[in-house]
Design a protein around this ligand. Structure first.
Ligand code: OOG
Ligand code: MG
Length: 262
């Protein structure tokens, strides 16, 4: 750790104010170039503590930058982990208010809910398959608090991996009824196809992202509890949206998740 507790708390407050006021900020590594990975996750943990202290329940965990398309788009090369809070959830088919956001983008994500705890090190896809209760599709709306969506990995981790809104689909499937590598995803904006991919775009198999999350938490003495909703990361590059846009993501075998931006 390079930052003291006071600085970590101040940076969490700074980033949360940017989120809640929908105002962008410069990336925090500009002012704190010495900060390390532990500092970045400590700021994110402080963000989570602040939200939970105000009564916001943590609704799930997320992996990000897990597909080659996303890594290439953002110019980075390792996955990151974050969380989503209950107030970020929106209903399938509902509206998302852009006035509350800075520069939203949508991502198609294959998600799971666990039925047993997962603990690293040594967690692998087989262990994740055994601990998966069901698979469910979702669309994540990311909204980096950083100007022009430009960041480095430590800045984006501190900013809770750009978590902003999410919409979970209503069709769940058992994991043994699906081949998550070949599961196709078609992302449509205003009725036009703008991106498509298969599940293998996420680290070869989307559940690899969950294994990496368990191993990441294991290093810090934590585990993924049973009953956790986990988003494995955008399968395609993220697509910018604005008021007036309609998004529909068609997931093979898992139905369509849609929303309108107003
Ligand atoms: C970071 C968050 C990425 C994903 O699914 O890849 C993410 C960002 O690109 O702003 O959530
Ligand atoms: Mg995402």
């Amino acid at each position: 750790m390079q930052l003291d507790q006071k600085t970590i708390a101040a940076l969490a407050e700074h980033l949360e104010a940017a989120e809640l006021n929908a105002r962008d900020v410069t990336k925090i590594t500009d002012d704190h170039p010495q900060m390390d990975w532990d500092d970045a996750y400590a700021i994110q943990d402080e963000l989570r503590r602040r939200k939970e202290a105000r009564g916001h329940r943590t609704a799930g965990l997320k992996a990000g930058l897990t597909s080659f398309a996303k890594m290439k788009q953002m110019g980075v090369d390792v996955p990151v982990f974050g969380f989503v809070s209950d107030y970020m959830s929106r209903p399938d088919g509902g509206e998302i208010r852009t006035s509350e956001l800075i520069h939203p983008k949508v991502e198609a994500e294959i998600c799971i809910v666990t039925k047993a705890p997962l603990r690293g090190p040594g967690c692998h896809v087989g262990a994740v398959l055994a601990a998966t209760d069901f698979v469910v599709p979702a669309v994540e709306i990311i909204d980096s608090r950083y100007r022009d969506f430009k960041f480095d990995l430590k800045s984006v981790i501190a900013d809770n991996t750009s978590a902003s809104r999410f919409v979970v689909g209503s069709r769940m499937r058992s994991v043994d009824a699906l081949d998550l590598r070949t599961l196709g995803v078609v992302l449509e904006k205003n009725g036009e196809i703008v991106a498509m991919a298969a599940g293998a775009a996420v680290l070869g198999h989307p559940l690899t992202a969950v294994a990496m999350l368990a191993n990441h938490l294991g290093q810090r003495g934590q585990e993924i509890p049973a009953g956790t909703f986990i988003m494995t990361g955008g399968v395609t590059e993220a697509i910018a949206v604005a008021a007036g846009d309609h998004i529909a993501v068609r997931f093979q075998d898992l139905g369509t998740v849609s929303m309108r931006f107003v």
